[in-house]
Design a protein around this ligand. Structure first.
Ligand code: DOR
Ligand code: ZN
Ligand code: ZN
Length: 419
């Protein structure tokens, strides 16, 4: 297969220009300005970008146990449609992914049911109950690329530090959802203009910032790589910057919804605007964009969190937290960050592919000769987000109907077209 005449952007190899790419038997075999025809199939990529497939460190596939929301098949079809070639499913399924057996079971199913590569994440504690550490060494040996208690934080600092110490020895990163359970106080959206307008309890910045500080400090103490999930406040971004400056082993992700939207855009009591951490203030949104420009964040992750329409119809007070993101991430990021002048295309590919791939220890995120042919073909053309078209079972997005720039034309995993 030859992808011809595309604008190739591969930050890992410093490529940013017109190039052809050949792959055979699932592996990239040539990248050059002009590849001679070999009789194999060709795709004309004129006017499009050819980039290493996106890597999402943060998705919720809901399988096993919550398959009315999503399944391995629908969640990975959504990822493929978003240009993703590898995704890391969070362990808050039913039951929680908290053992080597459950990691192995996921990977065994992946071959038949998944369109993209799975990079499983083990829970930190058994059942994500926060009390008994999971067998992290066994989980890692079975294929876990990280540990996470996503959906909450491990509040017991003794249990948590022990897990970080062990993970440091194993070289297993911690994907940290930072939320102080004792400070949430029933909040359902950001404490600010929207919570006042709707008369609903707010989530303060401190809920996130307090645990963010704790986790960054513990990264420094234990030597465990702590990767901050879905940073949403200006102050948490500043804490990440400081921890990096101190030389701590830390990284951070930011989600498209947090830099593309803010709480003054919440029109009514519509739970498609409800996620955790919540849409923050306009000031926070602008600070996140500036932090992206300054290189504080390593990657863009989606926190793709599908829920049923019925669940999401219950309003802010009663609906579950979370919005879908796999199929809107590239367009929202391209529109806000590239069109908005915060990043060039190479910077965006770095945050959506190169860096997340490195953090997960994944053999992707590059178009090097010899690398797996995990590739996305995308454009900056104008389009309209239409939730009805999503491959995901979840249609819960506040971006439905939004005009954006950015479209995924094709996705290849190991050289096989999956979208
Ligand atoms: O919005 C969210 N949804 N935040 C989380 O931390 C969990 C996630 C989910 O599982 O739905
Ligand atoms: Zn989370
Ligand atoms: Zn999450």
């Amino acid at each position: 297969m030859i992808l011809r005449n595309g604008h190739v952007v591969d930050p890992a190899n410093g490529i940013d220009g017109k190039c052809d790419i050949r792959f055979e038997n699932g592996v990239i075999t040539e990248v050059a300005p002009e590849i001679s025809a070999d009789g194999s199939e060709e795709l004309d990529c004129r006017g499009a970008y050819v980039v290493p497939g996106f890597v999402d460190l943060h998705v919720h596939l809901r399988d096993p146990g919550q398959t009315a929301k999503e399944t391995l098949a629908t969640g990975t079809a959504a990822a493929a449609a978003g240009g993703y070639t590898a995704i890391a499913p969070m362990p808050n399924t039913t039951p929680a992914t908290d053992s080597a057996e459950k990691i192995a079971a996921l990977l065994a199913r992946a071959k038949d049911e998944c369109r993209v590569k799975l990079m499983p994440i083990t829970a930190v504690t058994i059942g994500q109950e926060g009390t008994t550490k999971a067998d992290l060494a066994a989980a890692k040996a079975a294929g876990a690329v990280a540990m996470s208690e996503d959906g909450k934080s491990v509040m017991d600092i003794t249990v948590y530090r022990e897990a970080l110490r062990e993970a440091a020895k194993l070289g297993l990163p911690m994907f940290a959802h930072c939320e102080d359970k004792n400070l949430v106080a029933g909040g359902v959206l950001n404490e600010g203009v929207a919570s006042k307008k709707l008369g609903l309890p707010g989530i303060t910045d401190a809920v996130e910032d307090v645990i963010t500080a704790r986790d960054l400090i513990l990264a420094g103490e234990t030597g465990c790589h702590v990767h901050l999930c879905h940073v949403s406040t200006a102050f948490a971004a500043e804490l990440l910057r400081i921890a990096k400056e101190a030389g701590y082993p830390v990284s951070g992700e930011v989600c498209p919804h947090h830099f593309a939207m803010c709480d003054d855009e919440i029109p009514s009591d519509d739970a498609n605007y409800k996620m955790n951490p919540p849409l923050r203030s306009r000031k926070d949104m602008e600070a996140l964009r500036e932090a992206i420009r300054a290189g504080v964040f390593d990657c863009i992750s989606t926190d793709h969190a599908p829920h049923t329409a019925e669940e999401k119809s219950r309003g802010f007070a009663k609906a579950p937290f979370g919005i879908v993101g796999s199929e809107t991430a590239f367009a929202l990021s391209y529109t806000t960050l590239v069109k908005g002048g915060y990043l060039d295309m190479s910077g965006l590919v770095r945050m959506m592919s190169t860096n997340p791939s490195k953090i997960a220890g994944h053999t992707g995120g590059t178009l090097s000769v010899g690398a797996p042919a995990d590739i996305a073909v995308v454009t900056g053309e104008e389009t309209r987000i239409d939730a009805a078209d999503f491959k995901s079972k979840g249609k819960n997005t506040p971006f439905d109907g939004r005009r954006v720039y950015g479209k995924v034309l094709a996705t290849y995993v190991n050289g096989r077209r999956v979208y």
